[in-house]
Ligand binder design. Structure first.
Ligand code: URA
Length: 201
């Protein structure tokens, strides 16, 4: 695991970090993950956008609306799942995070996942899939696939998904996206047996 024992993370909260000079300049705040600290299901996106930077919460813009709706369709509220990003600060002009920025932030994500210990992690889009699997991913072709990877010190079951924003540009992505979310909910439900929260909704 990357060295984050420098006091910059307290529990699930990154309290201070200046590792990425360009992001320190472009951000209004650090956007930490939200949701239960013992969620069975965790979604990982790329980086905060303008709205997320303003509100201090991941996926609260248009992409977040798509995610919320897909969750509602399978009987889940946003507050039932953990939602976080590979990078916690908004890149300038919404550019993709650079490799060094992803690397700088990885220890925080690893720590978050170690604490939450989700049954299923859903990567939203190509960037988080390639970052966590450490290989090239053809996301449209591989969306819906379940793989395993070592993240920090843990093995993690990962379900690959397109980014919710892709469904806004390309309507044909909507149905496969919704199917992937349904699959994620049922996988998390299956694996937690009697303790499943999914069955309550
Ligand atoms: N896109 C992301 O990848 N993350 C967010 O938090 C919002 C949009």
């Amino acid at each position: 695991m990357d060295d984050i024992d420098d006091g910059s993370m307290d529990g699930l909260t990154v309290t201070a970090c200046e590792r990425c000079p360009e992001l320190v300049d472009s951000r209004s705040r650090i956007v930490d993950g939200v949701g239960p600290d013992d969620a069975d299901l965790c979604f990982v996106g790329e980086a905060p956008g303008a709205q997320e930077d303003e509100e201090g919460e991941p996926f609260v813009g248009r992409s977040g609306g798509v995610l919320d709706e897909a969750l509602r369709d399978v009987g889940l509220a946003r507050s039932d799942v953990r939602i976080t990003n590979c990078v916690r600060c908004r890149p300038p002009d919404n550019r993709d995070p650079r490799n060094q920025e992803l690397a700088n932030c990885k220890g925080y994500l690893e720590r978050e996942l170690a604490l939450v210990d989700p049954e299923v992690l859903v990567t939203l889009g190509k960037v988080p899939a390639e970052h966590l699997l450490e290989r090239d991913v053809a996301i449209t072709a591989e969306a819906g696939d379940i793989v395993e990877a070592t993240i920090g010190d843990r093995r993690q079951r990962i379900l690959l998904s397109v980014h919710p924003a892709a469904t806004l540009y390309d309507r044909s992505q909507r149905e496969p996206f919704e199917e992937t979310i349904e699959r994620a909910a049922s996988l998390a439900g299956e694996d937690v047996g009697d303790q499943s929260r999914i069955g309550e909704f």
